[in-house]
Write a protein that binds this ligand. Structure first.
Ligand SMILES: NC(=O)c1ccc[n+]([C@@H]2O[C@H](COP(=O)([O-])OP(=O)(O)OC[C@H]3O[C@@H](n4cnc5c(N)ncnc54)[C@H](OP(=O)(O)O)[C@@H]3O)[C@@H](O)[C@H]2O)c1
Length: 250
């Protein structure tokens, strides 16, 4: 499979879950892929999955890391065709427990970081007529109790995709988003901060609620990130595609 042969992709948070499945999918189809994350050990494992995958320690919450990240991809392979804004932050945080630092932390990773990375990627994406895919959530457009700041930040990420699509169309840059439903990954015990027991209870509740009767696999979501990035989709921009087993319909 050679759909992405000769192309270069950057996947933030590419050492686990949806980001790793995306990186492997792109690499198998010929792309050179730079994945970022904060932990070296996880990056090393990701790099070992495919010869086309390289890793870089970089924190999306640190605007100073954006230029360095783009430079690393372009310095290695000479171009950039795809930015996948996948790394995310969140918390189950009822309003009564919300504090400014926690809210700012979520917005830094889900809104500010992707924006600064996209800005730094712009000249390179314009040169390749490349594209951006933002990774949102069902809760970017569906209300969720206790999830307001995560959900609002993902709503912002979806709307950034629409606005950027309009703004960048004249440069030939496409921008879309996928809105993932509950997916098997490290997210519940990782970024959402749940204990193993809390995560298991939530997963069981989610399986009950999802019309198609199961949680997603990272590959279910990654497939659509690849589809949106596929040059054959070159008339699709400004769209948010829900990959959630129908959860958004409930
Ligand atoms: N899983 C779900 O149910 C679900 C549902 C809807 C949407 N999503 C969205 O899908 C995206 C990926 O989530 P996932 O479920 O695949 O999570 P995951 O398995 O926990 O993986 C998260 C990845 O992002 C990296 N990461 C986290 N914070 C980062 C930061 N500040 N800078 C750079 N890298 C960072 C992690 O590595 P380090 O920890 O080493 O940095 C890891 O590689 C997120 O945007 C999430 O909101 C997930």
């Amino acid at each position: 499979m050679t759909t992405f042969e000769g192309r270069v992709a950057l996947v933030t948070g590419g050492s686990s879950g949806i980001g790793l499945a995306t990186a492997i999918g792109l690499a198998r189809q010929g792309a050179k892929v730079l994945v970022t994350g904060r932990r070296q050990e996880a990056l090393d494992k990701a790099v070992n999955t495919h010869v086309n995958v390289a890793g870089l320690i970089a924190d999306v919450a640190d605007p100073g890391d954006a230029r360095r990240t783009i430079d690393e991809a372009v310095g290695r392979w000479g171009r950039l065709d795809l930015l996948v804004n996948n790394a995310g932050a969140g918390a189950i945080m009822p309003l009564g427990e919300a504090d400014a630092e926690a809210i700012a932390g979520i917005v830094a990773v889900n809104v500010v970081g992707p924006s600064i990375l996209a800005r730094e990627a712009l000249p390179h994406l314009a040169a390749t007529k490349g594209c951006i895919v933002n990774v949102s959530s069902t809760f970017g457009h569906k209300a969720g109790a206790g999830l307001s700041h995560y959900a609002a930040s993902k709503a912002a990420l979806e709307h950034l995709a629409r606005c950027w699509a309009l703004e960048l169309a004249a440069q030939g840059i496409r921008v879309n988003a996928v809105a993932a439903g509950p997916t098997e990954s490290g997210a519940l015990t990782g970024m959402m901060g749940l204990s193993a027991e809390q995560a298991a209870a939530l997963e069981a509740a989610e399986r009950e609620q999802i019309p198609l009767g199961r949680r997603g696999r990272p590959e279910d979501v990654a497939r659509w990130i690849l589809n949106l990035a596929d040059p054959a989709c070159d008339w699709v921009t400004g769209q948010v595609i829900s990959i959630d087993g129908g959860l958004g319909l409930t």
